[in-house]
Design a protein. Structure first.
Length: 289
């Protein structure tokens, strides 16, 4: 019998190919089991958290993806700008303490400090090279450890593109739920079952839909304030009459380093506020009171 789904405990799955590319990946992931009950996708074989932690701590994957790609880094910066803007309507007052889980380049820190002057930015990032870059670039940033505690709790915890990289999403959300202040919120973002539209979703190990995200939030006993899909890759849309123009304009804005143009062209490419058949999911959740 196959292992139970970590969200609902179901043992019945539909089976899909992990990647349409004829390449072996370093984690040897070969297929996706899609839970028939809650719709969570699980990459097979299922890997232990220790194995995944070692993979990400090595830094080799992220180095190959972003270290020499300034266009990808600016894309991440634009995404962070829209994330910070998005949470503002869910906050009744300025957040004092903000935690960024899987911080990457730490752009969340730059935009939260600009939007909420005086707030404290803490981050968790397994790659030591990226952690050092954040500490050097983001003023008053502080690396957080899960063995620490913060008496007043965090008012906002960002969990951006982390859940798709873990063994058990219930364990992870419960871990951060207990770090929230009484009115604190979690911002959760993941791909929207990207194995269905990407040639290769490597190294993702979990695949969420709206249904599986709802089931996850219910499982950890939290309130959903907002759950939406968003974003489109307009530049690969066959109905788009100028599919190659937007990436070129974006690349030009990166080369000349004009921030408002970078933001505008990247938004036109990915439609961050478009909920139609979104390629990403985002959830704003809060503990029961």
């Amino acid at each position: 019998m196959s292992k139970p789904c970590p969200i609902c405990g179901c043992h019945e799955y539909d089976h899909y190919e992990y990647s349409r590319e004829n390449l072996r990946n370093s984690l040897n992931l070969t297929s996706v089991n899609l839970c028939k009950s809650c719709n969570l996708g699980l990459a097979m074989p299922r890997l232990k958290q220790d194995t995944l932690d070692q993979f990400y701590k090595s830094g080799s994957y992220w180095d190959s993806q972003t270290s020499n790609n300034k266009f990808s880094i600016v894309h991440q910066k634009v995404q962070s700008f829209y994330r910070v803007n998005y949470i503002k309507s869910f906050l009744s007052e300025k957040p004092n303490n903000i935690l960024d889980v899987g911080a990457g380049n730490g752009f969340i820190g730059e935009f939260t400090q600009a939007s909420f002057p005086g707030s404290k930015y803490f981050f968790l990032e397994p790659d030591p090279n990226l952690s050092n870059k954040i500490l050097n670039r983001v003023t008053d940033s502080k690396q957080f450890s899960l063995v620490e505690s913060l008496d007043e709790g965090f008012d906002v915890i960002f969990i951006n593109h982390v859940l798709e990289h873990v063994e058990n999403p219930v364990t992870l959300i419960n871990q951060y739920k207990k770090l929230l202040s009484p009115r604190g919120i979690l911002y959760i973002e993941t791909p929207n079952q990207d194995f269905k539209f990407k040639n290769s979703p490597f190294p993702h190990t979990l695949f969420f839909s709206k249904k599986s995200m709802k089931n996850l939030i219910k499982k950890v006993e939290m309130n959903v304030l907002d759950l939406t899909s968003f974003g489109r890759m307009t530049f690969v849309d066959p109905t788009n009459t100028t599919p190659k123009l937007l990436p070129r304009l974006f690349a030009m804005s990166v080369r000349v380093n004009i921030w408002f143009a970078q933001r505008a062209f990247n938004n036109l490419m990915f439609r961050y506020n478009d909920p139609t058949n979104g390629i990403w999911l985002r959830a704003i959740v809060r503990s029961y009171n």
